[in-house]
Design a protein around this ligand. Structure first.
Ligand SMILES: [Ca+2]
Ligand SMILES: [Ca+2]
Ligand SMILES: [Ca+2]
Ligand SMILES: [Ca+2]
Ligand SMILES: [Zn+2]
Length: 325
C-alpha cells in the first residue's frame, strides 16, 4: 500500500508484502506502477463503476481526467480491471500528462521508456531503423524488427502527435504533398501504421513542429514560401490526420525564415519570424485556441539582413533565445 501526495511526511511510506517480492517480478512491477499512481494522487479507476463486490467501493473523492478505462493500471483485477501487465494504458498516460505535463526527455523517445532513441533514415534507399537508448553507458540497442523500407526522399518530422508519450514520425513527400504519421509504440518494433493518418497536402511546404496550443499534442505549422500562406494543423488523441482549423489560416509574406521556440516561457510554442531581405523580425505567440498565432507590435524590430540564426535556451532560464551567426 502507498500514500497520497497530501499525506503527512511521516505517513509517506510504501509497504510491500514480502510474499509478492519473492517469486513474481512482473506482479511487483504492476503493483509498484499502481502504487506510484497513488503517490501521484490518482485513486482507483474502479471507483467510477458500480460493483456488487464490497472490495470495489471506497469513499474517495475523485475527479475524472479521461473516460473510464478498464485497462488502467489503477484498477483492481477483481473490480473490472483488464490490465494484465505493468504498462500504463493510453488513457493512463493522457490523464497523467493532463496533470503533470509532457515527458521531459530531451530528444526523441519512440518507445516511451524515458531513454532517448535515434531514428535512422537513408534518404536514398528509404531504409529506416530505430536504435534504442537504455540504462548504462553501452551501445544503443539494435532491434531487427524496427528495420523496414519506406520510400526515399521523405521529409521526417518527429513529435508526439497523439500525445501517448511515444514519439511519432510525421512523413512528408515534398514533391507529391502526401503526408502520413507513423506512431511510436512501447515495443522495440516498427512504427504503427494508420491509414486514417494518410492525406495529401500540397507540395513545397515548409513544416515546423511545435505545440502551438499547449495541449500536449504536437502540431505542425505549415508555411508556403511561394505565397506566404500559413496555417496550423493540430495533433489529437486519435490516430488520424492532424486536425484542420480554418481560423488558423493567414497570409504572411514569402522569404521568411522561421524559428519555433517558447520565447515567453508560457508553454505555448511561438514562431520567431525573420524577413531575410530587410532584417525585419517579430514574434507570433502561441495561445490556447485553434486560431492564428497572436500578433504583438512590441515584438517587432529591425535587425540586419541575411543573418544566420540559431535557437536554443542559451542561459537555461526556460526561455528560447536566438543566437546570431
Ligand atoms: Ca526510448
Ligand atoms: Ca505518439
Ligand atoms: Ca497541440
Ligand atoms: Ca510561448
Ligand atoms: Zn491501490
Amino acid at each position: 500500500m502507498a500514500f497520497y501526495p497530501d499525506f503527512e511526511r511521516s505517513d509517506r511510506r510504501v509497504e510491500l508484502n514480502r510474499r509478492y517480492v519473492i517469486y513474481d517480478y512482473a506482479l511487483v512491477a504492476k503493483v509498484l506502477t499502481h502504487e506510484v499512481g497513488h503517490i501521484l494522487g490518482f485513486p482507483h479507476e474502479h471507483l467510477r463503476i458500480s460493483s456488487s463486490n464490497p472490495d470495489c467501493s471506497e469513499s474517495e473523492l475523485w475527479e475524472g481526467l479521461t473516460a473510464y478505462d478498464s485497462e488502467s493500471v489503477m484498477n483492481y483485477p477483481q473490480c473490472g480491471g483488464l490490465s494484465t501487465y505493468s504498462r500504463l494504458s493510453l488513457l493512463d498516460r493522457i490523464g497523467a500528462r493532463s496533470v503533470y505535463g509532457p515527458s521531459q526527455v530531451p530528444g526523441a523517445d519512440f518507445n516511451g521508456d524515458a531513454y532517448a532513441d535515434i531514428f535512422r533514415y537513408d534518404t536514398g534507399t528509404g531504409q529506416v531503423e530505430t536504435r534504442y537508448g537504455n540504462a548504462g553507458t553501452g551501445d544503443l540497442l539494435f532491434s531487427a524488427s524496427s528495420q523496414k523500407t519506406w520510400i526515399a526522399n521523405l521529409k521526417m518530422i518527429p513529435g508526439d502527435f497523439n500525445g501517448d508519450g511515444n514519439t511519432d514520425i510525421f512523413r512528408y513527400n515534398t514533391s507529391t504533398g502526401e503526408v502520413e504519421i507513423r506512431y511510436g509504440r512501447p515495443e522495440m518494433d516498427e512504427f504503427l501504421f494508420s491509414a486514417l493518418s494518410q492525406v495529401t497536402w500540397i507540395p513545397g511546404l515548409e513544416l515546423i513542429p511545435g505545440d502551438f496550443n499547449g495541449d500536449g499534442f504536437t502540431d505542425i505549422f505549415r508555411y508556403r514560401p511561394s505565397t506566404g500562406e500559413v496555417e496550423i494543423r493540430y495533433g489529437s488523441a486519435i490516430m488520424t490526420e492532424l486536425l484542420f482549423s480554418p481560423s488558423s489560416q493567414q497570409t504572411w509574406v514569402g522569404n521568411l525564415k522561421m524559428i519555433p521556440g517558447d520565447f515567453n516561457g508560457d508553454g505555448y510554442t511561438d514562431i520567431f519570424r525573420y524577413y531575410m531581405p530587410t532584417g525585419e523580425v517579430e514574434i507570433r505567440y502561441g495561445n490556447s485556441g485553434m486560431g492564428a498565432l497572436s500578433f504583438s507590435a512590441t515584438s517587432q524590430e529591425t535587425w540586419v539582413s541575411n543573418l544566420n540564426l540559431v535557437a536554443g535556451d542559451f542561459n537555461g532560464d526556460g526561455y528560447t533565445d536566438i543566437f546570431l551567426v
